[in-house]
Write a protein that binds this ligand. Structure first.
Ligand code: ADE
Length: 367
């Protein structure tokens, strides 16, 4: 009898013990599982937050965002993230076509992996440079390499593993837009000029969608190919302004191309896609006047004071009223009232589809 009771006691103890263990294990898995679920959910929401905000810009799902190469601890890692290394044996330099701050700009040919040869422009970094110069030089490639758009200059690749260090980009037969227009004064139809402006606006829409602010949009920084396609070039943030002969030092020590820059960017360095839209209005004026200098020979100080007093550039000769209206829209003092690049592209598309709207000239309204 005692043996039987002992057996029952053992079975009961084992059953209670087993049940308790089961409860403990179930609770453990439930809690850790919930923890993991909570951690996963938190990571997802953090990732979402990061995806919506990069370089301080709101980004949209499905739209690529520009990454500032200066956020890389080692900028040489950035350039290889965004640019292909080219074997110099694939490059044939033909002639010098210009001089940049860092060295010569040449034209030449690049053998593609498919053995085709394409015309290219080659920017070289002159010997005896410091690490800092090499970094500033390659920053442009790290930026350009992130873009893929028909109205943005295309980067073919870089040479960094041998000397001279080079940046290789697509060749633009007609060079920069300002000198091209001066050379062909009065030669184009209004529709051709609007086509060029549409291309520039489309490139700028792409850049602003990516959260990239150009800061030096001007006809001298647009390149033109043999089909009259205009492409935005000259990337590199602060370096661009150091390189630009139009950029002047402000009282606060910044270097800014005054005639092309929005008042808030001059006054307190508030650069944004809205300040790029102001510069776009100036580019419109440069294009419609075939490369005239904005505000002619007025001094930078007089330009700043006149803009502050409400003065705006008049319509160039032969400029359709609708285009001058768009320029004035880009030059609104309140930056949030300026058109977005997407609005500018749609407006120009409508003008191209319905050119009768281009027949009213500003001089026709004034007489
Ligand atoms: N000058 C500077 N860059 C150029 C390019 N990509 N094509 C032609 N001329 C240039």
């Amino acid at each position: 009898m005692a043996a039987e009771q002992g057996q029952i006691l053992v079975i009961a103890t084992a059953a209670v013990g087993g049940f308790t263990l089961l409860v403990i294990l179930t609770l453990f898995f439930l809690i850790t599982g919930r923890c993991q679920w909570y951690i996963k959910a938190k990571m997802k929401s953090e990732e979402k937050r990061r995806n919506h905000l990069q370089n301080g810009h709101l980004r949209f799902p499905g739209v690529k965002t520009y990454i500032d190469p200066d956020t890389y601890e080692d900028p040489s890692l950035a350039v290889h993230e965004f640019a292909k290394e080219i074997d110099p044996s694939r490059i044939r330099i033909e002639r010098v076509i210009g001089a940049g701050e860092f060295g010569e700009v040449c034209s030449g040919r690049l053998k593609t992996p498919g053995k085709r040869e394409i015309p290219v422009a080659i920017k070289t970094l002159k010997g005896g440079h410091m690490d800092r110069q090499r970094r500033d030089f390659l920053r442009e490639a790290s930026i350009m390499g992130q873009f893929d758009h028909p109205n943005i200059i295309r980067l073919e690749g870089v040479v960094t593993k041998s000397r001279p260090v080079m940046i290789v980009v697509e060749y633009m037969e007609n060079g920069s837009l300002d000198s091209f227009l001066r050379k062909h004064d009065g030669h184009f139809t209004v529709i051709q000029l609007v086509g060029m402006l549409r291309g520039i606006a489309s490139g700028m829409k792409y850049l602003s969608d990516m959260g990239y602010v150009h800061r030096d949009l001007a006809a001298r920084n647009i390149l033109v190919n043999s089909n009259l396609v205009c492409k935005v070039s000259d990337f590199g943030l602060s370096r661009v302004l150091e390189d630009d002969p139009e950029a002047a030092y402000t009282t606060t020590g910044g270097k800014i191309p005054i005639r092309w820059t929005a008042p808030e960017a001059i006054a307190y360095r508030k650069f944004s896609s809205a300040s790029d839209a102001w510069s776009y209005g100036i580019v419109m004026w440069e294009v419609m006047s075939y490369g005239e200098r904005p505000y002619w020979e007025m001094s930078n100080q007089d330009v700043i004071l006149s803009i502050e007093e409400g003065y705006r550039l008049p319509a160039p000769m032969g400029c359709p009223a609708s285009l001058h209206q768009l320029m004035l829209h880009c030059w609104q003092k309140e930056r949030n009232h300026r058109p977005k690049f997407t609005d500018i592209v749609s407006f120009l598309d409508k003008l191209i589809r319905n050119p009768s709207a281009l027949h009213t000239l500003v001089e026709d309204i004034l007489v």
